[in-house]
Write a protein that binds this ligand. Sequence first.
Ligand code: FAD
Length: 425
Amino acid sequence: MLRKLLFWSFAVVFPLPLVFTYDFVATTVPPSLKFYIFLGLIAYAWWLLSIALSTRPSWLDRFVGLPSIYGLHGMLGVLAIGMAYVHREYSYSPTPLARNLGDWAFYGFLGVLCFSVFFLSGWLVDRSRLLLRAKGLLEIVFRHQLVVWIHRINLVIVAMIWLHAHLLVRTNQYFSFMVLFDLYTVTVLSVYAWKKLIASDTYLTGTVISNDALGGSTRRVSVDLDSKTATLRPGDFFFLRFEGSSAVSREWHPFSVTDDNQETLTFTIRQHGDFTRRLDNVEVGTRMRLEGPFGRFESIVQNRDREAPLVLVGMGAGVSPLLSLAAAHHTDREIHLLWAVRSPEDAYFHDVLKEYEAAPGSRLHATVSVGRFRREDLAGILSAEAVAKGNFFIVGPNLAVLANQRLLRRIGVSARRIHQERLTM
Ligand SMILES: Cc1cc2nc3c(=O)[nH]c(=O)nc-3n(C[C@H](O)[C@H](O)[C@H](O)COP(=O)(O)OP(=O)(O)OC[C@H]3O[C@@H](n4cnc5c(N)ncnc54)[C@H](O)[C@@H]3O)c2cc1C
């Protein structure tokens, strides 16, 4: 909580140097107009910060988690458009080109924001099955990569606002302010360009050593790393890219590590979309790049009461990060692992779970259910102590995670003991 507060406070502080510098140098601008210029500056700074956050630095992920990073990324976009609206309504641009650029940027950003909220965030689709179905249909045309490219129009919009500020005499006459304004812009865009064009050369690399079918629609892909990753922790995930394979595109997709092996990483991948369905054709020997590791599950496990049970609730391939937590902790923590699968043949980790349960000193109890766990199932599986003190980790598709979260709240698990990972960004 404190970390999230610090993180959000940074967003509040980020535009202040720009605002204070303008306030200090623009002594002849009337205060009423200055206020609306401040709003424009805050909106611009927040758009820049939002772009910087989209580079998802892994140190920041370890600090607050990727969902919080993307959450702030989205919220800054929404807050900034509110500020930009007031700025546009109540200030004026004497230069026609500057005015037009400001207007185009505003409407362009509003359009991209609505589009991105629908396709990239779960804010709407996680709350309505109808919208989720509509998104699924529209994704036939608006594939994830196309959506990401449309989202990147924001970079053009930032360039338009940058030019808008450079054309206005009420800003461009103040040299020190313009230097700071450009410094903000150049720094953020350089970080973004570095991330997109150069950073991947520094990521982990490896070679696919096996790619096997599991159940009806899942694959297990194992990757031998060229160098050991010292920072990998149980429950972590990576963004993966297959290099030099014509079988799948070179997009980055997130997948969790399934066990606690640090040299050979194994991923359990459910095949349901364009990218994952083509994984059948990835050959042994294919080279891979891995961005990460990301994830906060292990630090949550370490920072909570060591005597409290861990309750791991996985849906389908969502069991992957939980299995790696179970592999690391089945002898030192009391663990209840609940795994819901669609059909009996999808219970492909049945033997692995039995092995962990039978290990000397094991404190793991695993329950596999075909179909979701219901309230009465949980009452039979979980002890009163687990419900009262346990730390719950839920991983699966968004709607299923939210449904399980509601169920756990109803049986008396407090919100601060429920941690979750949803299988879409
Ligand atoms: C933190 C995290 C960990 C994950 N771990 C696993 C795992 O261990 N096993 C597993 O099977 N799945 C996992 N997923 C889900 C997996 O990343 C998606 O199912 C996969 O990327 C979908 O790709 P697709 O093109 O086949 O499907 P599509 O049908 O194109 O996409 C289905 C949905 O997945 C999302 N998606 C698509 N492409 C991407 C992308 N490049 N980046 C982010 N989201 C995308 C979109 O919301 C889309 O609506 C994880 C997701 C996240 C966020």
